[in-house]
Every structure is written in structure tokens, then in C-alpha cells.
Design a protein. Structure first.
Length: 565
């Protein structure tokens, strides 16, 4: 096995990207796919190049030595693109005319970046072309050969897994007990039970195959019927479970030298009920995390896309993504990767989408909203809104924080709003569990009244005046006025005893009186720069709250639209 004995601290390998140059590989050109750390779903119309993408990715990785292990289905832990998509010999000449324009797969190998060019070539005894992964700018100490696959264990599950036992002749079907480790049997059982409702499988695993079809798969036991009587969805589930059990064995046997794995699945949704798709995605995420797997799969299922997309049942912070391709004649990444845009293109709906639903973000008062606007300016909100398929609107209600947090209990409509309270407001567990309530940031260590936006900025300016060194001392140079100084700062913001009280009404009055100056000096932006970690944490929290709430807002808007038809 290549690279297994390598003395290195980082023994992990991860797929990073696939990039097509301006010159077409077949009809794919001029775009780059960045793959997620865990689950990447590639979608688009028939014939757009999804299988070609899977083939190029799978072809770049694998364990290719003669003594390397095989999966429980008898497959090696590598795949060759020419066994996935047909590459005609006529394609070799044009490809070799511009070899530097070939697609490039990038990976992180033992902590170092490696780029492999997908070079097309041929063997005289084959009637189809093949792809050789050639290292770009190889180094003498590379752990991977210049024309070798990157040694990340890889399994490819193609459409052959869907050849049904029931439609095959009895003479073609072979079935027998499979010698499988007890831990690996349990992986199959847990995975199947996690996806299917109403059926509990057993660890009585059998190996099934159809002569001439190359189909080989393991199936768990079924209490009510023979494993041969599985449905198409159950059959596909068994194939995926077999792959997971195989990675489980490999991880156990390789121990500390296990670099992770890559599972590539074509038409992952085939045979699955929509509800089973939701459960399939959840189960795959859990197994991928446990087995240190990256999973790359294609789909035509809107339900699968919704299950992974962060605007659907996914999560913006999760290491998963949906990659959507458009234009069958001239494939490219869709400029708008929002869930609404993807679902619209899948149906080829009218090019006049309905206006985006409005996602309202409510604040205690005008001061809190102004503070927020400096931390999360209009351009960033617009970008977030485009990703989520909504218009984000800010509204200052003029109510106390506890009253704002309590509104959903008075009227359910407020569950479909983002509630942004001052940092000195307590968010009860029930409100926190809804995911739509967050606090504005404040300085680390602030307590009590010091956490309100008004006191946060007032105390920040006082600190700039009094600091003898450090970041607060240097912050004065960030203000957007000519020749800022502590004298000028005091005269502008604290003249005649202004800003001496920390009482709420007094600090609100100070903020209102000073707002134009606070804005012209860029005070809030300087505070945000000085407290970058707190601001970034708040931005992530706001994006997460918007993601959760936008899903409900869009479902409400969709239901309303249907009721009006």
C-alpha cells in the first residue's frame, strides 16, 4: 500500500477541488468545484456532466498495489474513470494537443497541497481512452508517484448496484453467507435501521451477485422475507451499507495509518422514498463523521438537495454542500446556488421568480439596530439574503429585551422573525431552542449595564481616552476624522459632563445626541475591528438564526401562494 509507512504527523488525505480550464474536457470548461469536508451533492440536468465529474474525482485516488485490500463486495479501493464513463479513443488526440489544459484535481495530502492533472491517454489493447493522474510540479520527496493515484481509499458505487435480483434468471443469481467481522455487520445493521422505517434488519449478512452484471453486494437479514426479495431502495441501501462496512474494516486494520476515505455514489437517491432520503442523509453524515469519509454523490432529487442544502434541512455551519450545474449545452456552476434558484431551475420554471419573502429582524430599539448595521452592513445582509432566498429587513420595535424575546409566546408569527436583543438581556432556554433569538455582542468580561450597545460604545470611547498603551491606545488612529486626538474626542463626545452616567435612559439620550458624530467618526466600525472575534461570533450566530428562520418564512410563503391558486 502506497505511503502507509510514511513517517509523518499528519496522515490524512482530503479531496479539495476539481477545476476545468478554458479549454473543454468534453464540454466541461471554465469552472471549479470546491468539495465539502463531509458530504457534497452534485446536481444538474441529464447529460450535463455529473458522471464525468465523479469519474475524474474517483480516478485520482485509491490503493492500487497488488496486495491492497478489497471491499466486502470484492472491489478494490480505487476506481478508473474509463469504467465509469465511456472515453472514446478519438478524444485522446485533441486532449494531448493541449496537455496543460486538462482538468486538475487538488487534494490535501499529509498536510501538503497536491495537484493532479487528469491526462488522457490510451492503451493499444483497449478500445477506450483512460485518464492518468499526473502530479503538477512534482517534488523529489513526494510520497505519491508522479503518475500514481493519491493513496486515499476510494470506493465508487455506480448504477450497476441497481441491477435487481428479482429480474435476473435464477441461474444467474448467486447467494451465500459472507464472512464479515461482527463490528462490520453492526455497521450495516445500524445504517439500514437508521434509514428504513417499519423494518428492523438482522446481522445475518449474505453476499449476492448476478453473473455477467458485475453486481456484488451484501445485504443484512430481513425477519419477514429472504434477502433476495429486497426492493430497489433496499438493494441500493445494502450496497451503500456494504461500502461503509468495508471502510469500517479498513479503518480498523490500518489503525493510525488510516488516511480517511472517499465514497463516490452515482444517482444516490435512486429507489428511495422522500422520507427515506431525509433519513439517508442523516445516517450518511453520522457514518462519514465516524469513518472520516468524504462522500461525493450525484442526484436528481429535489428532496435530496433540500436535505443537504443549508437553506433546507442542512446547516450553514455543517461541512456539507450542494453544487448545482446549469446549461446542458454549456455546463457551468449556477451563479445563484440558493435553494429556491436550484429548485426553480430543476423545474425550468418561468424566468420571473416571485418576489423573495421578507425575513424581518426585530431589535429592541433604534440604537440596537444602528449598532447592528455597523457590524453587519447592508452589502453583507444582501449577500446573506441572496444565499437564503429572502429579503432581510431590519425593524426597531421600541420594546424591552425580555418583552421582545417573549413575543413568540403571544403570537406564533414571531417564530418566523429573527429577534436581536441587547447583550444585557437573558434568552430563556425555550427561546434559544427555537434558534431565532440572539444577542448583540459586547466586550469580553462586560457585566450588567456595561453590556448594552450604548454603554459598550460609551465605555469604549472612555477607554481610548484613558489608555496608556495597547490596542485601545492605538484605536484612536482608526477614527475617520482628520488628526484625531484624545482632546478632540473628549470635546466631541463628553463635553459639559455628557456621557458620565451608565443609567439606561441617560445613555440612550447620549447615544441619540451623539449619533451623527458616532457615525461620522466611524466609532462603531473601530470598535468592531478591535473586537473582531466577538463580532465574527455574532455574525455567525445571526446567519444561523436567519438560516433557521428563513426556512420557516419560505414555507409559510409557499403555503400562502398555494392557497391563493
Amino acid at each position: 500500500m502506497q505511503g502507509y509507512g510514511m513517517a509523518t504527523v499528519n496522515k490524512k488525505i482530503r479531496l479539495a477541488s476539481l477545476e476545468f480550464s478554458a479549454s473543454p474536457f468534453r464540454k466541461l470548461r471554465g469552472f471549479k468545484i470546491d468539495f465539502a469536508e463531509r458530504l457534497t451533492i452534485v446536481a444538474g440536468h441529464n447529460g450535463i456532466g455529473k458522471s464525468t465529474i465523479l469519474g475524474l474525482v474517483a480516478n485520482t485516488f485509491g490503493l492500487t498495489g497488488s496486495s491492497d485490500p478489497k471491499s466486502y463486495a470484492g472491489d478494490p479501493f480505487y476506481a478508473n474513470v474509463e469504467r465509469i464513463v465511456y472515453l472514446a479513443l478519438a478524444e485522446v488526440g485533441p486532449a494531448q494537443a493541449s496537455p496543460s489544459e486538462a482538468p486538475v484535481v487538488s487534494a490535501n495530502v499529509y498536510g501538503m497541497s497536491m495537484r493532479k492533472r487528469c491526462s488522457m491517454t490510451q492503451r493499444s489493447q483497449w478500445q477506450r481512452a483512460r485518464i492518468v493522474p499526473r502530479t503538477i510540479e512534482p517534488k523529489d520527496d513526494d510520497a505519491v508517484g508522479p503518475d500514481a493515484k493519491i493513496p486515499l481509499p476510494t470506493l465508487y458505487l455506480g448504477i450497476r448496484r441497481l441491477a435487481t435480483i428479482g429480474e435476473a434468471s435464477e441461474k444467474e443469481v448467486q447467494v451465500g453467507a459472507l464472512d464479515m467481522h461482527v463490528d462490520d455487520r453492526q455497521v450495516m445493521v445500524d445504517f439500514a435501521n437508521a434509514v428504513m422505517l417499519g423494518i428492523t434488519v438482522t446481522p445475518d449478512v449474505t453476499l449476492q451477485s448476478i453473473k455477467g452484471s458485475l453486481k456484488r453486494t451484501a445485504q443484512p437479514g430481513y425477519p419477514d422475507h429472504e434477502a433476495l426479495a429486497v426492493s430497489l431502495g433496499q438493494d441500493s441501501l445494502g450496497s451503500i451499507g456494504t461500502a461503509l462496512a468495508s471502510f469500517n474494516r479498513l479503518k480498523r486494520e490500518m489503525g493510525d495509518n488510516y488516511p480517511g476515505g472517499l465514497l463516490v455514489i452515482d444517482e444516490i437517491d435512486a429507489g428511495f422514498h422522500p422520507h427515506a432520503i431525509d433519513r439517508l442523509v442523516t445516517a450518511l453524515k453520522a457514518q462519514a463523521r465516524r469513518l472520516d469519509l468524504q462522500i461525493v454523490a450525484t442526484t436528481h432529487s429535489p428532496r435530496m438537495i433540500e436535505a443537504v442544502h443549508p437553506e433546507g434541512r442542512g446547516n450553514m455551519r455543517a461541512p456539507d454542500k450542494v453544487v448545482y450545474l446549469i446549461d446542458t449545452r454549456r455546463p457551468r456552476l449556477a451563479e445563484n446556488q440558493s435553494l429556491a434558484a436550484i429548485l426553480s431551475d430543476m423545474a425550468l420554471r418561468d424566468d420571473e421568480p416571485p418576489s423573495k419573502p421578507v425575513l424581518c429582524a426585530y431589535f429592541e430599539d433604534e440604537e440596537g439596530m444602528q449598532f447592528f448595521d455597523a457590524l453587519f452592513p447592508r452589502a453583507k445582509r444582501a449577500g446573506l439574503g441572496r444565499r437564503l432566498g429572502v429579503q432581510i429587513k431590519l425593524i426597531a420595535l421600541g420594546v424591552g429585551g425580555s418583552h421582545l424575546i417573549g413575543l413568540p409566546s403571544k403570537d406564533p408569527i414571531f417564530k418566523d422573525r429573527v429577534l436581536v436583543v441587547d447583550a444585557d438581556t437573558t434568552i430563556p432556554n425555550a427561546a434559544a431552542e427555537r434558534g431565532n433569538a440572539i444577542k448583540l455582542p459586547c466586550a469580553v468580561g462586560a457585566r450588567g449595564k456595561a453590556r448594552s450597545p450604548e454603554n459598550t460604545i460609551r465605555l469604549f470611547l472612555r477607554g481610548v481616552v484613558e489608555a496608556q498603551g495597547g490596542p485601545l491606545h492605538d484605536a484612536i488612529h482608526g477614527f475617520t476624522v482628520t488628526n484625531p486626538s484624545t482632546d478632540r474626542l473628549l470635546a466631541t463626545f463628553f463635553d459639559n459632563g455628557a456621557g458620565t452616567s451608565d443609567e439606561r435612559e441617560s445613555t440612550k439620550a447620549w447615544w441619540i445626541a451623539m449619533w451623527k458624530k458616532l457615525k461620522s467618526w466611524g466609532v462603531l466600525e473601530v470598535w468592531a475591528t478591535l473586537h473582531a472575534a466577538e463580532v465574527e461570533e455574532f455574525r455567525r450566530a445571526f446567519e444561523a438564526a436567519c438560516t433557521v428562520t428563513a426556512t420557516r418564512v419560505k414555507l409559510t410563503a409557499l403555503s400562502s401562494a398555494k392557497s391563493n391558486v
